[in-house]
Write a protein that binds this ligand. Structure first.
Ligand code: GLA
Length: 331
């Protein structure tokens, strides 16, 4: 039956590329699905700062190289993720031998040498990089998220990251990437940031919308408003980390051991509407990447609720297409 199964990447070839986040483990577990369904890959964790440079000047590219090799052998494009982030960045980056915070100059130097080394290594092989991840504060009136990068360097840490990445690979497309991107308050701040970068001539080439959503929201109206708003900046959009949790964010239940029929129906309905919108905005959207492949593994297992499984994708735990899949390929 799988022989006859439509392919996401082929179905969407004229719209946008279709990606999946993988690890060195899941690229083997899902190799059949990946080869047939996805034409763009992102390393879920293997290219983050702490993974690549766990200790000063000690780089470990083994896992990232394995993923790059897999992509190359199978003709898949790679999105790089991610260069500068407040998370999964080891504390040594910000401190000196005495344990004190480094100076702005020292941190800029560390940032540049990391970016040069990483982006330089995969120059010409990674078509797009998430250069800065999640620099905007979520709820409060605060604009930028408090972080060591901001505290030590100042707000232009963002400019610098893009400039260094552009120097390291002038052909790579450079993205700002964030979540809660449809939330009206946060959206305004993301748009303000991108506009300011553009006004200062910073080499930013796209906006990454993570799209960690659920079957209850954001609503299609909210998503459309957000797409419209972001599209008005004139930069390509990538949907970078799409998944649709079957739980509301506030839902803390741990007794759901399998997705109900109603959940799967609602999910299919939501995916259907979301992809209709993505198709309508195809002139602006160049890539749609899922933050995983099939329901047997997702970062949402145990997050944000310990001991709870989730089923956010188009393929089920047996790697079989769900109703959601058929709705996405049927248009
Ligand atoms: C954020 C990051 C991703 C990943 C997810 C959770 O969205 O951008 O790299 O860590 O959180 O998997």
């Amino acid at each position: 039956m799988n022989e006859q199964l439509p392919s996401l990447m082929d179905t969407y070839r004229d719209h946008f590329s279709i990606g999946a986040a993988i690890s060195t483990r899941t690229m083997d577990v899902y190799s059949d699905l990946i080869l047939k369904q996805f034409d763009s890959l992102t390393a879920e964790n293997e290219m983050k700062f702490a993974e690549l440079q766990p200790e000063p000047s000690h780089y470990d590219f083994s896992k990232a190289d394995t993923i790059m090799g897999f992509a190359r052998e199978n003709g898949k494009k790679v999105r790089g993720h991610t260069l500068v982030w407040h998370n999964q960045t080891t504390n040594w980056v910000f401190t000196n031998a005495e344990g004190e915070l480094v100076t702005r100059e020292e941190l800029l130097e560390r940032m540049q040498s990391h970016i040069e080394t990483v982006v330089g290594r995969y120059k010409g092989q990674i078509y797009a990089w998430d250069v800065v991840n999640e620099a905007i504060e979520d709820h409060s009136e605060t604009y930028l998220r408090p972080s060591k990068w901001l505290q030590i360097i100042g707000p232009d840490f963002i400019d610098k990251a893009f400039e260094y990445a552009h120097l390291a690979d002038p052909d790579a497309l450079l993205f700002y990437n964030d979540y809660n991107e449809t939330n009206p308050t946060k959206r305004k701040k993301i748009i303000r940031l991108v506009r300011e970068l553009q006004d200062r001539g910073v080499p930013i080439h796209g906006i990454g919308l993570q799209a960690h959503w659920n079957i209850y929201g954001p609503s299609l109206a909210e998503i459309e408003e957000a797409l419209q708003d972001y599209a008005s900046l004139g930069l390509p959009l990538h949907i970078t980390e799409l998944d649709l949790s079957v739980f509301r964010f506030e839902d803390r239940r741990t007794d759901v051991k399998e997705p109900s029929h109603a959940m799967l129906e609602a999910q299919a309905e939501a995916y259907d509407g979301i992809f209709q919108l993505f198709r309508a905005y195809r002139a602006h959207i160049d890539n749609v990447t899922f933050w995983g492949v099939a329901d047997d593994y997702t970062w949402l297992d145990d997050f944000p609720v310990r001991g709870r499984k989730n089923w956010p994708f188009l393929f089920d735990e047996q790697h079989k297409p769900k109703e959601s899949f058929f709705r996405v390929v049927d248009f």
